[in-house]
Design a protein around this ligand. Structure first.
Ligand code: PEP
Length: 252
């Protein structure tokens, strides 16, 4: 298992030409890097996936989707199935991002079905969990995370081996205010302990929330942080490449 996973969540950004340019720039930038200890993933919008997959032939960069439906096919207008995600070249899918929880009412019931579909289809899910600022201020962080992570109890260890968790405090997403090293350390230890004590597994735990080229070293060097889920900074090739470079340096 590589030491770090650096994942870019492009959200609802970049038309096809812009996506091609970004992929080409990242591809060019990493061509001189040693990626033996760092896995790189980009998660473009659905409409950019096929062209991104074409551009990533012979590239070590992996492709992921930002969401998918849990049904395999049928009358679900506007939705994308696990098979479609695979057909577009994806090895990963982000599930339960706070924007989906907030704007599209994704809850545990839906996420259980999506996780099951991802495991059945052999897609590696990245399950996002995180608290609001109010919840943190009310000292509810652990309760909120417990509620979100407890759905894992419904799955077998052999499936959970394919899971990555992203701790994304909602108040840090897109705000320019990242969680402190101490806050990240505390939560990542808690998540690590939960997963290890319940399933005997050490899985990757990413941090997400205003991570950029400047704070990457401090965040990625924190104990139990095995990578980053990066929004805004993943849309700028220099920033994303700098974070990848930081991960490479830290893993040496
Ligand atoms: C995200 O949306 O997953 C994220 C972490 O965004 P940002 O890096 O822009 O805070």
């Amino acid at each position: 298992m590589s030491k770090y996973l650096i994942a870019g969540n492009w959200k609802m950004n970049l038309l096809q030409n812009e996506a091609i340019k970004l992929i080409e720039d990242i591809n060019f930038g990493i061509s001189s890097l040693n990626l033996s200890s760092v896995e790189v993933l980009v998660c473009p919008p659905y409409t950019d996936l096929h062209i991104a997959n074409e551009k990533l032939i012979n590239s070590p960069i992996q492709l992921g989707a930002q969401n998918m439906h849990f049904m395999t096919k049928g009358a679900y207008t506007g939705e994308i199935s696990p098979a479609m995600v695979i057909d577009a070249g994806c090895k990963y899918v982000i599930l339960g991002h706070s924007e989906r929880r907030q704007y599209f009412k994704e809850d545990n019931e839906i996420l259980i079905k999506k996780l099951k579909s991802a495991f059945d289809a052999n897609i590696n899910p990245i399950l996002c969990i995180g608290e609001t600022l109010k919840e943190r201020e009310l000292k509810e962080t652990t309760n909120v995370l417990f509620n979100q992570i407890s759905i894992l109890n419904l799955f077998e260890k052999e499936n959970l081996e394919k899971l990555t968790i992203a701790y994304e405090p909602i108040w840090a997403i897109g705000t320019g205010i990242n969680a402190t090293k101490e806050q990240i350390e505390e939560v990542h230890l808690w998540i690590n302990n939960f997963v290890y004590s319940h399933f005997g597994l050490n899985i990757k735990i990413l941090y997400g929330g205003s991570m950029n080229a400047t704070n990457a070293e401090e965040i990625l060097s924190t104990e139990n942080v095995s990578g980053g889920l990066i929004g805004g900074a993943s849309l700028k090739s220099e920033q994303f490449l700098s974070i990848i470079q930081t991960a490479i340096s830290l893993s040496q």
